[in-house]
Design a protein around this ligand. Sequence first.
Ligand code: GLU
Length: 199
Amino acid sequence: MCGIVAYLGSRTAYPILIKGLKRLEYRGYDSAGIALVGSAMNVVKCKGKVSDLEAASKGLDISGSIGMGHTRWATHGVPNDVNSHPHVSMNGKFVLVHNGIIENYAHLKKELLTRGYTFKSETDTEVLVNFIESIYLEKKVSAELSVRLALSRVIGAYGIVVYCSEEPDVLIAARKGSPLVIGVGENEYFMASDASPII
Ligand code: GLU
């Protein structure tokens, strides 16, 4: 099992994500990563512990108030920096963290390869983020509808958090067979694999 933490609000997301990921460490993991949205979108990820992620984040602009964090338990692809989450889509429009397994990822990947998509990692997750982006670009629908349409073709279990750079005030969450809880505050939202980061 791995972990997801995400935040959308007016506070600085970085400390909330790091603290949340530490609370989820008990679930077990091999890599950790975060995506932060401030003046630009920054992604930092690495094999190892959340403390390694903190070290790798030194010097990063951590002012963003939207972000997502992930601890990975590798199922598709070895534990390494590239296979760690978050994963960014080929054209850079979507970033995603994922708990679980996309069982039909090979079929979806083949479809995307014929449409010119390329992949950096060995993960099922990178297939999903590119599949979402391909629907968004081809059908010219909202990010939320793109996620819905993509998931209607997915077989497997997932908890996901998705961000689209063209819809900058929105985080999209979905789950099936994997846990994901949402905490609603005053003009702020938390998402996590269980309640411990939110508490
Ligand atoms: N299947 C995904 C991967 O291998 C997610 C694994 C997880 O739940 O951490 O990257």
